[in-house]
Design a protein around this ligand. Structure first.
Ligand SMILES: NC(=O)c1ccc[n+]([C@@H]2O[C@H](COP(=O)([O-])OP(=O)(O)OC[C@H]3O[C@@H](n4cnc5c(N)ncnc54)[C@H](O)[C@@H]3O)[C@@H](O)[C@H]2O)c1
Length: 254
């Protein structure tokens, strides 16, 4: 894996959805350290300030659920920096409630953002990367797309679909030199997690105890996997779902 600041992504341009906070922002920071120019597509207007802080980065306000917004972000990226070499389809939301209380609207929201939003982002990335001769596409799945948990039906189902999407697209686009991989993080301390803990939906101490490494994952640890998958260091890696979970998904003991 590339070390920090070795210029592993020098001269590359990356488009990151949900780049205004959490894992998307951590990936953005790591990509900048490695020399990439960035485009952050996010619903949150704070993406603009984050882009200014990062430098060599622009923000586009929009939703991954709207194809026109994704196309607009790509057009802005190409106008400013040239072809987009790396796309990180990271935007996603949690859904944490007993299945019998989940309304059709709540189900549809998580499917629209996590699954359809990832599909629309991946489709536009694939279209442009194939036309320009290649690229690296990363999809943000979750360990809950690999192993199951109760009271997260839309989240687990959408993330399992995202993990399979990476495999299916990798087969379809490998000859076009587009690599497609997914990252499956464990519990990472971000706004998403803080919100669930604040609402009493998560007990962070129990989560740490359940993790073989005995701790939560740091956002930067996920970002370093993203750097590896985006860079030439992973030139023969495609169709993989890379766990960054402190051993959670491997664990099957008491
Ligand atoms: N935090 C964790 O423990 C964890 C674990 C596994 C997977 N993930 C996944 O990582 C990704 C990022 O999660 P996070 O923890 O950083 O969350 P977060 O809430 O901190 O950040 C998500 C970002 O996505 C943006 N966003 C939400 N809906 C959007 C939309 N429709 N269009 C564009 N942007 C949108 C938000 O504005 C926000 O900036 C998600 O896909 C999540 O499922 C997180």
């Amino acid at each position: 894996m590339s070390g920090p600041g070795t210029g592993a992504l020098a001269g590359r341009c990356a488009l990151i959805t949900g780049g205004a906070s959490g894992l998307g922002l951590a990936v953005a920071q790591a990509f900048r350290v490695e020399g990439a120019a960035l485009v952050l597509l996010d619903l949150d207007p704070a993406a603009e300030a984050r882009a200014q802080e990062l430098g060599n980065a622009i923000a586009v306000k929009g939703s991954v659920t709207r194809k026109a917004d994704i196309v607009r972000a790509y057009d802005a990226a190409e106008a400013r920096f040239g072809p987009v070499d790396i796309c990180v389809a990271n935007a996603g939301v949690s859904q944490n409630a007993p299945t019998l209380s989940v309304t059709e609207e709540e189900w549809q929201r998580v499917i629209d953002i996590n699954l359809t939003g990832t599909f629309l982002t991946a489709q536009e990335a694939g279209r442009r990367m194939i036309a320009q001769g290649g690229g690296s596409l990363l999809l943000m799945a979750s360990m809950y797309g690999v192993v199951a948990a109760p009271e997260r039906i839309g989240y687990c189902a959408s993330k399992a679909a995202v993990a399979m999407m990476a495999k299916a697209l990798s087969c379809e686009w490998a000859r076009d030199k587009v690599r497609v991989n997914a990252i499956a993080p464990g519990y990472v301390r971000t706004a998403l997690l803080d919100d669930l803990a604040a609402r009493g939906r998560l007990d962070l101490d129990r989560l740490k105890a359940r993790t073989p490494m005995g701790r939560l994952v740091e956002a930067d640890e996920v970002a370093r996997m993203a750097v590896f998958l985006a860079s030439d260091a992973s030139s023969a890696v495609t169709g993989q779902v890379m766990g960054v979970d402190g051993g959670w998904s491997a664990y099957g003991y008491v």
